[in-house]
Ligand binder design. Structure first.
Ligand SMILES: [Zn+2]
Length: 412
């Protein structure tokens, strides 16, 4: 988070201009990976001497190096500068309701080490915080990376996140976390900047930056897990709403006489297709059929049985798609995004889920809002949300380049 003092300093005076130029050059270097000083000057409209001064500073930080000579266009052969993806590293953590995943990435968010384990995150904050610290240590050790080489730690949490209190989870959704602050805990353990956001928001961010195909600047990512949340990207930025609650699609009621939800409302989407509800449905169906098969213990098992063609589980995935389609249809009518990406365990069912979602949507959305929308399952792997968390830190550093330099971190 920027302090008010820092912002004022940046808005007024020569240092603000210098900071803006720095940002322009660094972002172009990151985006192009390889580029000459002359090309940087041409693309940014900055003078050659300004570009040279900034590049000299960057060479000193190790973020950029002179890679080789390029092709001459008449005069001297230009030196090609290369952005150094491995000059520092990022930690990305996904706190699920019942698991923790953690990745160590380079500055292109390529995963270099990973760690994942079940954890009682929702119900036992103390245990979760300890495991989270252990997870970070273990990915650092696995790749031989020192704490000082880490640019920042991004964390995805299964709760809305208020910009004003980014380390705290919303007690309404995760009551046991009242009084805990994830950002403070991680900062005290690792002394690196910490960035926290909602898990669906970070799934959306990962889709925007690294997802298959171009989804454009407007997309929605729906994470269907223990809870259901939508991350909304509007005009290339995460849309959080005024208190961080935007996208809580899991708590939109689709049946006012439906089951009681933890949030106090009745018939929320989560009460029908959140993981506990779907597993309960599987158990009921098995019991009703007189089968003595053990019910699936996880959504993964349920999806595997459906993909194997077991009609009972195929029906459950289709049921989930039907209900999810109601949420997607409302989203399409409300925001008209270019893409809606479905993530979370159930999304592994692929077309089985998508076909049911699409059937429901056709009956519920304005044809104009469906017309140009691409609805697909996420192509990111199981580390997608953790990589989204790392992306949050990368995005912050590209926005505020001083974050890249370890020596200035203490001054933030
Ligand atoms: Zn609810």
């Amino acid at each position: 988070m920027k302090s008010a003092l820092q912002t004022t300093h940046e808005v007024f005076g020569a240092s603000a201009i210098r900071a803006r130029h720095n940002r322009l050059i660094l972002n172009l270097l990151w985006k192009e990976r390889e580029i000459s000083r002359a090309e940087l000057a041409r693309r940014t409209g900055l003078s050659r001497s300004t570009v040279s001064a900034i590049v000299n500073d960057l060479l000193g930080t190790g973020l950029v190096r002179e890679a080789r000579n390029g092709v001459s266009s008449g005069g001297r052969r230009p030196v090609i500068l290369e952005f150094q993806d491995q000059s520092s590293f990022i930690v990305g953590i996904e706190l699920g309701a019942t698991h923790i995943s953690c990745v160590l990435t380079d500055l292109r968010c390529n995963v270099r080490a990973s760690w994942s384990a079940p954890a009682p995150v929702r119900d036992e904050p103390e245990v979760a915080l300890k495991k989270m610290t252990m997870a970070v240590r273990s990915v650092l050790v696995a790749d031989g990376v020192e704490r000082s080489q880490v640019l920042g730690i991004g964390v995805a949490v299964p709760s809305p996140v208020d910009d004003e209190r980014p380390g705290e989870l919303l007690p309404l959704i995760v009551p046991k976390w009242a009084g805990y602050n994830i950002a403070t805990h991680l900062y005290e353990s690792f002394k690196r900047p910490v960035f926290v956001d909602n898990d669906a928001n970070l799934g959306a961010l990962a889709e925007l930056w690294w997802g298959a195909g171009s989804s454009g600047k407007d997309l929605a990512y729906i994470k269907v897990a223990t809870g259901i949340g939508a991350g909304l990207i509007i005009n290339g930025r995460i849309f959080r709403g005024s208190g961080g609650i935007a996208g809580e699609i899991g708590h939109t009621s689709i049946d006012s006489n439906g089951p009681q939800c933890i949030c106090g409302l009745k018939g929320c989407l989560t009460t029908f297709i959140g993981a506990p509800a779907l597993l309960e449905r599987a158990k009921d169906k098995l019991r009703a059929s007189g089968s003595d098969r053990p019910p699936p213990g996880s959504i993964d098992e349920l999806v595997n049985a459906a993909l194997d063609g077991d009609p009972m589980f195929v029906e459950i995935v289709q049921y989930a798609g039907d209900k999810l389609g109601v949420g997607v249809a409302n989203l399409l009518n409300l925001l008209n995004p270019k893409a809606v990406v479905l993530g979370g365990g159930i999304a592994r069912a692929g077309d089985l889920l998508l076909d049911a979602v699409n059937r429901t949507i056709r009956g519920r959305s304005l044809s104009a809002s469906i017309g140009n929308a691409e609805i697909r399952v996420s192509g990111l792997n199981e580390w997608g949300v953790a990589v989204g968390a790392a992306t949050l830190a990368l995005e912050a550093a590209l926005e505020t380049p001083s974050l890249f330099h370890a020596e200035s971190i203490g001054a933030l």
